[in-house]
Write a new protein. Structure first.
Length: 181
């Protein structure tokens, strides 16, 4: 069983919009600089911006606020670029021969495991939360001994996790209690 990495979201639309905005702004700036070099007057927005930057001190609230906003935007864009975005999709193991990668949604895996847990005798209700590293099952038992129900749930859910065929097998945590009266 070879370990496969997580799925990455495409993020094509945000990347295209960012590229178009930057292309437009830099194109306008380049046009204005070329226009100035050929003897034409500078555009009004550049004259206004140069005047504002010349008269305001660097500690001015507007300058600092804009600088902080640009730094936060830059850090956010770098974080989006280096992190996988499809966190709800768990990668499944592959045999190295398939051209496609398979994955299962964490909600779907939780529903499948919940259905298997509900088939255990003595289980009244189950909630299964599937994380990337751990699966937590909380069950209510009503007529069997809690330790017996817990042992059966560990067996059934362990088999279910193996049958999911995940690339990284998550840990399993099972809690069983009686319903509140």
């Amino acid at each position: 069983m070879s370990a496969t990495g997580r799925f990455w979201s495409a993020r094509r639309v945000p990347a295209a919009l960012t590229a178009l905005v930057l292309l437009g702004a830099l194109g306008l700036l380049l046009y204005d600089i070329a226009s100035e070099r050929t003897g034409h007057p500078v555009m009004e927005w550049r004259r206004w911006l140069a005047g504002q930057l010349a008269t305001r001190p660097l500690g001015d609230g507007w300058i600092v606020g804009i600088a902080v906003a640009l730094v936060v935007l830059g850090v956010w864009m770098v974080a989006l670029a280096v992190t996988p975005g499809l966190r709800a999709l768990l990668p499944m193991s592959d045999d190295g021969k398939a051209a496609l990668r398979a994955g299962i949604d964490r909600t779907a895996a939780g529903l499948m495991l919940r259905d298997r847990a509900m088939a255990v005798p003595g289980v009244r209700a189950v909630r299964v939360d599937v994380g990337r590293r751990r699966i937590r099952a909380r069950a209510q038992a009503h007529f069997r001994d809690l330790d017996d129900v817990r042992a059966d749930l560990l067996t059934v859910l362990g088999d279910g996790i193996r049958q999911l065929g995940l690339a990284r097998r998550p840990g399993l945590s099972v809690r069983v209690r009686r319903p509140a009266r």
